[in-house]
Ligand binder design. Structure first.
Ligand code: GLU
Ligand code: MG
Length: 435
C-alpha cells in the first residue's frame, strides 16, 4: 500500500455511471458504518452531466456504505497507481436503505424471490465492448490475430479480473470488439461483479492508452454490443431447480412461469435494460441482438433463451442449464436490470403462467399470422416507446419505489430529448464518449 492510495466508494447510478467519494485506503475501516455522504440530488444526474427535476433539495444527504465483498483492487504497475474500488449501497439520512438506490432495489427483489419461492438467484453478465483505435489492425473477426493485436491489454485485464471469476476473454464479431464473461454469483453479487468488471476493463485500457467503449452501438454501421445476463436458480438445499429433462424446453414448471412473466413484461424490461436512445440502434432482428419478445431454446434471436448444458449427464445438465436475457446493454445499470428481471419473473410465478411458445429461428422470418398466433411481439423500437411500455405496464410501474421510478424515467426522457434531432452518427459518438 502507498500513502497516496485511495479507497473509492463507488455507487452505480441510474445511468450506470459509477460515482465516487474516495477516502485514504487506511481510513476505509472508519467509514464502514456510516460511510461517506453524497448529496441525494446526485441521483438525478444524467450521464451527460445534466440534472433532472427531483424531490431532493440542498439538505438531503445519502450515505454511501461499502458492501463487504463487493470490491476490487487493480495493483499498481509502473507509473500507474493502484485502483481500489469498493461498491457501496446507499442509506437514507435516517439510516434506512435508500429507496432511490439501484442496489437496494436489486437486493429487495432477490429477497422477495427467496421469501416467496425459496429460490436463490445466480447470475453472470457478459460484457461486449469495442476497442476504438483507428490505427490498430485487428485482422479477421474471432481470430487469434485479433486477440493478439492487443495482447498486453488482454493479459493484464485477465489478471485483474481473476478475483471476479473471469471465465473467458474472446475476440467477437465486430472490428475491435471483444467480450469478457464471468462465472455466476449469487443474489446481487452477479450485478456487483458486472459493475466492477467494467471499471476494471476501463482502468486497464487507460493504462494501455486504449479507448474502449461499452456503448451498444459504437457506429451506425458497426456491430452492436450487448450485456447479456445469464441466470438460474437454486432451492434452499442448494439444488438447481431450472432444469427438467422431461419438460418442454427442459425447464421446470415453476421456471416456465418465471419465463412467462419475463416475456409478459418484456416491454418494461426493455426500458430498464436497454435504457438509452442508442440502445435502439442495436436492438433489432438479424444481428443476434434480438428484435422480438420471443422465448427460445439456444435461439440467439430470442430475447430470452435457454442455454443448454454441453455435458448431457443429468447432474451436469442440472447445474449448467441456464437462461439468458439478451436485451441488456452496457448503458444499463446491472442492479436495475437484474432486479427488474426478478420482479417480472416473480409476477409470472405468482400467476402460475404457462411456458410461452418456444420460437425456433429468427422471429422476423415468421409469417405475420404465425407470429401473432405465437404471441410474439416486436420489442419497442425507441427509448420513448420503451418508456411508454414501462409506464403502461400496471405491475411494472410498481416494481421500483416511487422516487427511483420517477427519477429514472426523467433521466431517460432527458436523454431521449437530447438526442431527438441527432443523426445516428452523432448519437453513436456521444454514447461512445460516455460509455
Ligand atoms: N453482439 C450481439 C449483441 O448485440 C451478440 C452476439 C453474441 O451472441 O454473442 O447482443
Ligand atoms: Mg457475444
Amino acid at each position: 500500500m502507498s500513502d497516496g492510495d485511495l479507497a473509492m466508494l463507488g455507487w452505480c447510478d441510474l445511468g450506470s455511471i459509477v460515482r465516487t467519494r474516495p477516502v485514504p485506503l487506511d481510513r476505509l475501516d472508519s467509514r464502514r458504518r456510516f460511510g461517506m455522504g453524497y448529496a441525494t440530488a446526485g441521483v438525478a444526474i444524467t450521464p451527460f452531466d445534466g440534472i433532472v427535476e427531483n424531490p431532493w433539495g440542498p439538505m438531503d444527504e445519502m450515505r454511501l456504505v461499502p458492501v463487504e465483498g463487493a470490491e476490487i483492487a487493480v495493483a499498481a504497475r509502473e507509473m500507474h497507481p493502484a485502483m481500489h474500488l469498493h461498491l457501496s449501497r446507499a442509506l437514507a439520512a435516517d439510516g434506512t436503505p435508500g429507496e432511490f438506490c439501484p442496489r437496494n432495489f436489486c437486493q429487495a427483489a432477490v429477497e422477495a424471490l427467496e421469501a416467496e419461492t425459496g429460490w436463490t438467484l445466480w447470475s453472470a453478465f457478459e460484457h461486449e465492448f469495442t476497442v476504438i483505435e483507428p490505427t490498430l489492425r485487428f485482422g479477421p473477426v474471432y481470430s487469434v490475430q485479433a486477440l493478439r493485436s492487443i495482447a498486453p491489454f488482454v493479459h493484464e485485464s485477465v489478471a485483474a479480473l481473476r478475483p471476479l471469476a473471469i471465465e473467458c476473454f474472446e475476440p467477437e464479431f465486430g472490428h475491435g470488439q471483444f467480450e469478457a464473461s464471468f462465472a455466476p454469483a449469487v443474489g446481487v453479487g452477479g450485478a456487483d461483479r458486472a459493475v466492477l468488471a467494467r471499471e476494471v476493463l476501463r482502468e486497464v485500457a487507460r493504462r494501455h492508452a486504449l479507448r474502449i467503449t461499452f456503448s451498444p452501438k459504437p457506429a451506425p454501421e458497426g456491430v452492436g454490443s450487448g450485456m447479456h445476463v445469464h441466470f438460474s436458480f437454486r432451492d434452499r438445499g442448494g439444488r438447481a431447480v431450472l432444469y427438467d429433462p422431461r419438460a418442454p424446453a427442459t425447464v421446470s414448471a415453476d421456471a416456465a412461469s418465471f419465463i412467462a412473466g419475463v416475456i409478459r413484461h418484456i416491454g418494461a424490461l426493455t426500458a430498464i435494460s436497454a435504457p438509452s436512445p442508442v440502445s435502439y440502434l442495436r436492438l433489432g432482428p438479424g444481428h443476434w441482438s434480438c428484435g422480438y419478445g420471443a422465448f427460445g431454446v439456444q435461439n440467439r434471436e430470442a430475447a430470452l433463451r435457454v442455454c443448454p448444458s454441453a455435458d448431457p449427464s443429468p447432474q451436469a445438465a442440472a447445474a449448467a442449464t441456464n437462461l439468458e436475457l439478451r436485451i441488456p446493454d452496457g448503458t444499463c445499470n446491472p442492479y436495475l436490470a437484474l432486479g427488474a428481471l426478478v420482479r417480472a419473473g416473480l409476477e409470472g410465478m405468482r400467476e402460475r403462467l404457462p411456458l410461452p411458445p418456444v420460437v425456433a429461428g429468427d422471429p422476423a422470418r415468421l409469417a405475420e399470422d404465425e407470429r401473432r398466433r405465437l404471441g410474439v411481439e416486436p420489442l419497442p423500437a425507441s427509448l420513448e416507446a420503451a418508456l411508454a411500455a414501462l409506464l403502461e405496464d400496471r405491475l411494472a410501474r410498481e416494481w421500483m419505489p416511487p422516487t427511483l421510478h420517477s427519477t429514472f424515467v426523467s433521466i431517460k426522457r432527458a436523454e431521449a430529448a437530447a438526442q431527438e434531432s441527432a443523426t445516428a452518427a452523432q448519437m453513436c459518438a456521444a454514447y461512445v464518449r460516455r460509455y
